[in-house]
Design a protein around this ligand. Sequence first.
Ligand code: SF4
Length: 201
Amino acid sequence: MIDNLIYSLGDNLYLNITNRCTNRCVFCIRNFTDKIGDKRLILNREPSSREIITSLKEINLAQFKEIVFCGFGEPLLRVEIVKTVAKYIKESNPNSFIRIDTNGHGNIFHGRNILPEISPYVDAISISLNAENDENYNKICRPIFQNAYNHLLDFIRQSSLYIKNVTLSVLNLPYVNIDKCKEIAEKLKVNFKIREFVKNL
Ligand code: SF4
């Protein structure tokens, strides 16, 4: 059993499956702390799908509004784990609502379109847009990939083809043009959410 792997917050259950990420955002909580609330979220190692499923077997999944794949990093870097675990969740509790919180780099990272692979098990995807254009994205998120913002926009388009509930999120930061981000979400016909930046959780 790995500590920090699964935690509940509000009505939701969170699956923390990796510390790795393809961004190095200036605002990333990991720059300030290794905790959310009193929960230390840095993993000592990445859990296997078997370990995650073993932990889930001890939990009544029906009590949660959403089951969220997240990380103290980017969960879709481990797409095979996401697929295996999400399939288990849907088979054991078909009414579960599964969401993925992602930076939208899954397709560039894997070099293929992973949306058709995950869509059978995923009800919602929340994608961090974080900036209104390529230049600001590179400054704020410092992605490891060239042309990451255009790939991110393409990931959003693909998501809306395969997943019913797609949300773009931005943090309420002074150096982000929120109105322009909202226009992008409207143009792409997806939901839009502004999240508050909390440095000291
Ligand atoms: S995408 Fe998320 S986990 Fe990755 S660096 Fe940015 S805020 Fe942190």
